[in-house]
Ligand binder design. Structure first.
Ligand SMILES: Cc1cc2nc3c(=O)[nH]c(=O)nc-3n(C[C@H](O)[C@H](O)[C@H](O)COP(=O)(O)OP(=O)(O)OC[C@H]3O[C@@H](n4cnc5c(N)ncnc54)[C@H](O)[C@@H]3O)c2cc1C
Length: 454
């Protein structure tokens, strides 16, 4: 368990990160500063998270010039402290029964899913749309549509990392979902059938087989699902490696550059005004994660995204760290260990753009993990963190050109709303955006992800 000093150091680090991402107004220009830049590129990308950077790399590979505008530092948003699992095995959020579970959890301050009670018409509308989709038919439809993207991305990611030599502790580790409750494990049997139907390999294991596979787990585990096709990486290193690859390929990343207004002329984005100059591109990619609706609203484009706040704690590696990334099912805690560290992450909190660190929710992570693992925490806390996942109510990302006939600018491409799976979906999103921007036929049917579906 980390000492009080460790915790304070971690909180300081968090505050530093928060300043990097949240308060970019600090970069107001002094009278002596050099003139603000004016950039023109083939492609202007708004947002330097894992999605914006993956798009940048694929576009550069396709021979386009690229500038990325990022209000903090590259990868400082949700892409920084997430769990780094690459999971075609991840079922959509809208499983039948989710609403009942969410209502029960509303009464519990440290529950994995929490909606802060408040009057917010946008959140209410989002919740109603989400609730309408919590049924077997929609669950299966969304699982099918999403798995096509996830499987393609898993394939592309391995080659992206190998081809560009991205140093990010990538491992073809699989993931192991484990249960302590025999009834819940039995109920989950149906998930394996669904995943098998979708072409996602899964092995159902009893408690003894789980122990043989992952000795870091204690003997309270009654069973598990092993997904050999899944993988993992260290996300902060992945975004740093992507940023280096973008720069090495001739792309420009302008940090401390906050998009402020967008000028539309004759149905196209003519210029993007930022805290650091004026920028233009033949095509503009909107990849602002949970912040996307704010900028989209300037373009009269409705993107129903809510920030789904999650937390993580990063430690130095415990002596008995698991070799396989774990999902501790009843507590919804994800555990990932790399050579360089160890992370517990989880929770889905709908509290708007709230930037406080909730101690009760952070503390629930090691407490939940201790029920499953011999050694739930590392010796030293390196960082306590939150991130805002860009959540859509149908749990599908938004990739494509918005409908110009409804007034959207003709040179805009949207790449956002990746929810709980932005790292997993980064490669396929980059590839699809590059195909769209280069006028090629997308290699996958992108109709289900269209921004016009709302
Ligand atoms: C606890 C937790 C665990 C997770 N675990 C996983 C996992 O295991 N696997 C997985 O695949 N996904 C996981 N995710 C989800 C994943 O982190 C997100 O889906 C992904 O990071 C979204 O990437 P993004 O680039 O769209 O958004 P972000 O990374 O948030 O990037 C958006 C960027 O836009 C910038 N920006 C905002 N406004 C402006 C502006 N006006 N001007 C310029 N720049 C601006 C921000 O600073 C930010 O850098 C997890 C998320 C959380 C919170």
């Amino acid at each position: 368990m980390g000492s009080a000093n460790d915790r304070r150091a971690a909180t300081r680090l968090f505050e530093h990160l928060e300043t990097g991402c949240e308060n970019s107004r600090v970069n107001a220009r002094s009278p002596d500063a050099p003139p603000a830049p004016r950039t023109t590129s083939d492609i202007l990308i708004l947002g330097g998270g894992v999605i914006g950077l993956a798009c940048a790399l694929y576009l550069l590979r396709a021979g386009r010039s690229v500038t990325v505008l990022e209000k903090g530092s590259a990868g400082c948003g949700s892409s920084h402290g997430n769990c780094g699992t690459i999971t075609p095995s991840h079922a959509p959020l809208n499983a039948p029964g989710t609403i009942g579970k969410a209502l029960r959890w509303m009464l519990q301050a440290d529950a994995p899913l929490y909606v802060k009670p408040r009057v917010d018409p946008q959140l209410l509308g989002w919740m109603l749309q989400f609730a309408r989709r919590c049924n077997e038919r929609e669950f299966r439809r969304i699982a099918a549509v999403k798995s096509r993207l996830l499987l393609r991305s898993r394939e592309l990611l391995a080659s992206l990392i190998a081809d560009d030599g991205l140093d990010c502790e990538f491992a073809e580790s699989g993931t192991l979902y484990v249960w302590r409750d025999a009834r819940a494990f039995e109920t989950a049997r149906a998930d394996t059938r669904l995943l098998e139907d979708l072409g996602i390999p899964v092995t159902r294991l009893d408690g003894a087989a789980v122990h043989a596979l992952e000795p870091a787990l204690n003997d309270s585990i009654v069973g598990g699902h092993f997904h050999p096709g899944d993988a993992c990486l260290r996300p902060d290193r992945y975004v740093a490696a992507l940023a280096r690859a973008v720069t090495a390929a001739g792309g420009t990343i302008l940090e401390n550059t906050e998009v402020q207004t967008i000028r539309v002329e004759r149905g196209r984005i003519a210029a993007v005004e930022s805290s650091n100059g004026t920028h233009s591109g033949n095509e503009v990619v909107l990849a602002l994660g949970a912040w996307s609706p704010r900028i989209a609203a300037m373009l009269r484009l409705r993107l129903p995204i809510q920030p789904g706040k999650g937390y993580s704690i990063t430690y130095s590696r415990p002596a008995r760290a698991p070799a396989i990334p774990l999902v501790l099912k009843e507590r919804s805690v994800c555990v990932t260990a790399w050579g360089s560290g160890y992370r517990l992450g989880s929770t889905m909190e709908f509290s708007g753009y709230d930037s406080t660190l909730n101690r009760a929710r952070l503390d629930a992570l090691p407490r939940g993990a201790a029920e499953y693992l011999h050694e739930a925490e590392g010796p030293r806390i390196a960082e306590e963190w939150y991130g805002w996942r860009p959540m859509t109510y149908d749990d599908l990302p938004i990739i494509g050109r918005p409908d110009a006939s409804r007034g959207a600018p003709g040179n805009l491409i949207v790449a956002t709303g990746h929810g709980m799976l932005g790292v997993s979906l980064s490669a396929v999103t980059g590839a699809l955006v590059a195909e769209l921007a280069c006028g090629r036929q997308p290699s996958l049917d992108i109709a289900p992800y269209s921004p016009s579906r709302f």
